[in-house]
Design a protein around this ligand. Structure first.
Ligand code: IPE
Ligand code: IPE
Ligand code: MG
Length: 252
């Protein structure tokens, strides 16, 4: 077993880890390759992150695969990414079943090409009873889009008399987000050295621990995933309280 995996305290593993998988283009450029080759290489890192999650007992893994803003990229890159998505979903389906992994998707799924939607829906359906890990792909996702949608559905309910303004609170709001069925991420990882959220899980990240690494996504191995978990376990999560209060709670 890996040395690093052994260092992870099994009873303090984050329930939900989310990753901003960034740096595919720069990884390729550094090698004199086309950006698409970076995206292809990134698929292997996705496999590794999924395996590492299962091995250390993470229950929810959310991967930022394509943002709404990414539609602004050159058409050939967008097309290649969509093709890669179909290929990866279809190729990985047996592996998801074998490892008891449930696929989930958040984002404006109806904006994806027909072919992507079909293979995605197929995989969502076949894996829906799996229980080891919920693997969520954020596809054509942006946090502001999600928050605006939540506001719209709440407003609609108020209009129809199914909800009053007084009913609206943080919990009700949360229930109208695409992530309503999962706990908030406890750890958010971003690769490639960029120190920003890029419109990812803004509401849900309110108390997440952030972990940044300069490595490009295709270089992010299982060992790197374990390092992030170990780093997370060294942090004191205070949620607004004092360190003394937290220590008292731990020693209880
Ligand atoms: C992340 O890598 C993948 C997507 C956003 C789809 P990038 O393609 O953003 O790579 P860089 O940031 O240009 O290196
Ligand atoms: C964020 O990466 C989106 C994904 C990883 C899918 P970007 O590369 O699009 O982010 P910015 O544009 O550098 O903020
Ligand atoms: Mg990028």
């Amino acid at each position: 077993m890996s040395e690093l995996l052994n260092q992870i305290q099994k009873d303090r593993v984050p329930i939900h880890v989310a990753i901003i998988m960034d740096g595919n283009g720069r990884w390729a450029k550094k090698r004199g390759l086309d950006r698409i080759e970076g995206h292809k290489a990134g698929v292997e890192s996705v496999r590794n992150a999924v395996k590492a999650s299962v091995e250390c007992g993470v229950q929810y893994l959310t991967l930022y695969a394509f943002s709404i803003e990414n539609w602004k990229r050159p058409k050939n890159e967008v097309d290649a990414l969509m093709e890669l998505l179909v290929l990866a979903i279809e190729q990985e389906a047996p592996e998801l079943m074998k490892n008891n992994i449930r696929l989930n998707a958040i984002g404006n799924i109806s904006s994806l090409p027909e072919k992507c939607q079909t293979s995605l829906l197929q995989s969502l359906r076949t894996t829906k009873n799996n229980t080891q890990l919920v693997l969520t792909l954020a596809l054509s996702y942006s946090s502001k889009w999600e928050i605006v949608n939540a506001c719209k559905s709440i407003a609609q309910k108020v209009k129809e008399g199914r909800l009053t303004i007084e009913d609206i609170n943080e919990e009700i709001f949360q229930q109208h987000l695409a992530t309503s069925q999962m706990p908030d991420p406890e750890l958010i990882i971003r690769t490639s050295g960029e120190l920003r959220m890029s419109n990812f899980l803004l509401w849900q990240a309110a108390y997440a621990e952030l972990y940044f690494t300069p490595l490009y996504w295709p270089d992010f191995t299982k060992e790197e995933f374990y390092k992030a978990i170990i780093d997370f376990q060294k942090r004191e999560r205070r949620f607004g309280k004092t360190s003394e209060q937290i220590q008292k709670e731990i020693n209880k």
